[in-house]
Design a protein around this ligand. Structure first.
Ligand SMILES: Cc1ncc(COP(=O)(O)O)c(C=O)c1O
Length: 481
């Protein structure tokens, strides 16, 4: 079904998508969106077998080298050095379009926010903005970047469990779309600051609906032991405070984000039912008419072939159906639906290229192959035991004949990128591409061991451009006194 929608859109408009060119023509439809994503089918068998993990433009050159966005990854590694983050513009635009077209056909009154924390970058924010997406920011820094990108302010939502006064002031002064309020402390601050600027600030309230998600299962609990949001028991105190005391605040609806890398659609539809039940309660007891329902992000993706996420279109179908059904049942107007995907928009757009360096064969044990990056550019394996897939980018057509463990270069035994993966026989200088690194890699990267952070390039239609420059040793010591 998703393919069908994308193909239809492709036929509507076949304008190409060059690096540095605007992505969209704003006049085409109500959202200002043009669906100009190519319909791409991989021809290489290996890529076909792993097509949910690779960027959609992935191909293999005659020499057996990985191509992404029409660019040869071995040439990219030579030109820009390694480690190198590579982001495929076409994959990101295509993922955005899956959400946009799905909601356009099934629940038009909706806004898809790109969760900027997944990869906060000017070029990516610009593409999201041009496609008609909104943006979820979680700090003054992300908000500042969004403002510098000239992101449509009305579509910026500000999250966080301990937003600072200066961050809230930046948001309020700039009249951004919504502040998603997490606690009483913040509510009071927002009201005071709004008074200072003589305005009414539009907010959503973040609730913890008591749904706990694990990757392949979820449980419903009465209360969630979470640092985020208001417990449902707070509703009377909270709603009466907003109704009667906080005159500079306008409450538009509720928000919940129940977790990340979720594989169960039911956990989202249950969340919707709980939130709409709260809409009904607020209406009957406090006469609030809420118009916005924000169900957060968390849609799961494939990092390896073991992951089996649902299709985005199926998720949209069930989300839309549940809202319509519950609104009918609770006698509510259908609200504007807001969602905040991060990982599912950007993760599979990204790969990281590393050069192979040293190796070590433990007698009767593992073979370690060390690359020139690791836990500082991809902290997910050491932090969450996250699993990734990788290929030898210069040897795609060679047989995976050796079981190895890809080790990072950092001074931690736990700095292992991938444990036990079969790859072709590797030599120093070979290029490894770790797949699915577009989300929560650069944005979580550090300078641990005083190693400069890698560069990031955006590729499209055979062109590449630096969107984040490689750090230098000078950058590292610049702030030291
Ligand atoms: C409030 C909120 N919204 C959206 C997201 C994005 O989640 P994901 O990248 O899993 O879609 C997060 C992630 O932590 C979040 O905390």
């Amino acid at each position: 079904m998703v393919e069908e929608v994308l193909n239809r859109c492709t036929l509507q408009n076949r304008r190409s998508l060059f690096v540095s060119e605007p992505v969209v023509d704003r006049n085409i439809n109500a959202r200002g969106t043009v669906y100009n994503v190519q319909s791409i089918m991989p021809t290489n068998t290996y890529i076909k077998d792993h097509k949910n993990i690779f960027p959609i433009t992935s191909e293999v050159s005659k020499k057996g080298e990985l191509m992404v966005g029409g660019c040869n990854t071995i040439e990219l590694a030579k030109q820009y050095g390694t480690p190198l983050y590579v982001i495929d513009k076409e994959t990101f635009a295509s993922k955005c379009n899956e959400y946009l077209t799905g909601f356009d056909s099934l629940y038009k009154n909706s806004l898809i926010l790109y969760a900027g924390k997944a990869f906060a970058n000017k070029a990516i924010f610009s593409i999201a903005n041009e496609l008609g997406l909104g943006l979820d920011v979680v700090s003054g820094g992300e908000l500042y970047l969004a403002l510098k990108t000239n992101f449509n302010k009305e579509n910026i939502f500000f999250h966080g469990n301990n937003k600072q006064k200066d961050e809230l002031e930046l948001a309020i002064k700039n009249k951004i779309g919504r502040i998603v309020v997490d606690n009483y402390h913040e509510l009071t601050l927002i009201n005071e600051l709004s008074q200072k600027y003589n305005q009414k600030t539009n907010i959503l309230i973040r609730l913890t609906p008591g749904i706990e998600c694990h990757t392949h299962e979820y449980i419903k609990t009465g209360h969630l032991d979470s640092k985020f949001g208001f417990d449902l028991d707070e509703r009377d105190t909270l709603l009466s405070l907003i109704k009667n005391k906080l005159q500079n605040i306008s409450l538009k609806g509720f928000h919940a984000h129940i977790g990340s890398q979720i594989f169960e659609i039911n956990s989202f539809t249950d969340t919707i039912s709980i939130l709409l039940d709260e809409f009904k309660y607020a209406k009957s007891k406090f006469n609030f008419t809420f118009t916005e329902l924000n169900i957060g992000g968390g849609i799961g993706i494939s990092y390896t072939n073991e992951d089996d996420p649902f299709k985005i279109f199926d998720w949209i179908e069930k989300v839309a159906k549940t809202i319509k059904l519950k609104c009918k049942e609770f006698d509510l107007e259908e609200p504007k639906l807001i969602c905040e995907p991060g990982r599912s928009l950007i993760a599979n757009s990204g790969i990281t290229l590393y050069s192979v360096g040293s190796s070590k064969q433990v007698p009767n044990g593992r073979k370690y192959i060390a690359v020139d990056g690791g836990m500082a550019d991809n902290p997910r394996p050491i932090t969450y035991q996250a699993k990734y897939h990788a290929v030898a980018a210069n040897k795609i057509n060679e047989k995976d004949e050796e079981l190895v463990t890809l080790a990072g270069r950092y001074c931690e035994s736990g700095d292992i990128l991938i444990k036990d993966i079969k790859l072709p026989k590797l030599n120093p200088g070979d290029i490894i591409a770790v797949l699915g690194t577009g989300a929560y890699n650069y944005s979580m990267a550090s300078n641990y061991n005083m190693v400069p952070r890698p560069a990031c390039v955006l590729v499209s239609k055979g062109k590449s451009e630096i969107i984040i420059a490689r750090e230098t040793y000078e950058d590292l010591i610049q702030k030291h006194k």
